[in-house]
Design a protein around this ligand. Structure first.
Ligand SMILES: *[C@@H]1O[C@H](CO)[C@@H](O)[C@H](O)[C@H]1NC(C)=O
Ligand SMILES: *[C@@H]1O[C@H](CO)[C@@H](O)[C@H](O)[C@H]1NC(C)=O
Ligand SMILES: *[C@@H]1O[C@H](CO)[C@@H](O)[C@H](O)[C@H]1NC(C)=O
Length: 243
């Protein structure tokens, strides 16, 4: 062991000798120089005030913006970064000309809270003239028992259940397909929230909570404000109407 540590010491000295020769700066100074970025990174992450280098925005929902935080509690801290700043603007300079689903044809199948129904007025747009050659059906879409990445593992029920004008749906997610003259002419996915009677029996006499939960997944708070500002406006209106 002594021999080994001796060898390491020699190697270390040789290294610094070589290093000093090429840089002409003593080793200790190099260590100090290299520590500066480390300290800088540590300080910008630890000291909340440094998040104030970004200009503050007026229209942020939470009042408590102590020292550059949107939310600052013991358990949760979210920095108050600006929704719009000139630094970010270049990434958002695009024109959105609306969503163009289904080659801009109107939907052939629509839904309400409980049912799917065929939109007869759209049939002509899909060149369906002989109803005998036409039908729509739905399959349940469900998750598989996850192995690995859960969100990408799903399956459809093997039977496609035909429906005519309308059908009540008991499943949460369904894929609808419409066939005309043996050709698939339409495909769409629908989500439902069927009551789950087997999960909770409600006590009809008890006073019920009145809560509306709206969830939007897959987008950061800041990008939600940047890219879905009409939705932000709508939600704010909803809150102010009800408070
Ligand atoms: C949904 O549509 C079906 C078929 O048109 C209708 O029978 C049902 O009452 C509607 N349900 C709601 C909640 O609007
Ligand atoms: C319907 O027929 C017209 C005329 O043949 C054609 O231009 C159009 O693309 C057809 N539409 C569909 C959805 O197939
Ligand atoms: C949403 O953002 C666009 C582009 O910045 C702007 O023109 C529009 O007025 C904003 N709409 C609302 C409701 O704030």
């Amino acid at each position: 062991m002594d021999w080994l540590s001796h060898q390491i010491k020699i190697k270390y000295r040789k290294f610094w000798k070589y290093f000093n020769r090429i840089t002409k700066v003593p080793g200790l100074l190099w260590i100090i120089l290299m520590s500066i970025p480390v300290f800088f990174i540590a300080f910008t992450h630890i000291r909340p005030k440094l998040t104030n280098i970004f200009t503050e925005m007026k229209n942020i929902e939470f009042e408590d913006r102590n020292k550059g935080y949107l939310i600052k509690t013991v358990g949760c801290k979210i920095p108050d970064l600006p929704v719009f700043s000139s630094d970010m603007a270049k990434y958002f300079e695009y024109e959105f000309d609306g969503a163009h689903c289904n080659k801009d044809l109107p939907p052939l199948v629509q839904s309400n809270l409980t049912s799917l129904f065929l939109d007869k007025d759209s049939l002509l747009k899909y060149n369906v003239s002989n109803l005998d050659l036409f039908y729509c059906c739905y399959k349940e879409l469900k998750r598989k028992i996850p192995v690995g990445r859960p969100d990408s593992q799903y399956e459809f029920s093997s039977v496609c259940s035909k429906f005519e004008k309308t059908v009540e749906i008991k499943e949460e997610f369904v894929l609808v397909e419409c066939i005309y003259d043996n050709e698939k002419i339409y495909k769409d996915l629908f989500a439902f929230i069927p009551p789950k009677h087997d999960v909770a029996l409600l006590d009809k006499n008890r006073k019920q909570f009145n809560i509306l939960i709206i969830g939007i997944d897959g987008i950061s708070r800041l990008n939600f404000h940047r890219q879905m500002n009409k939705t932000v406006k709508f939600l704010k209106q909803l809150i102010s109407q009800n408070s």
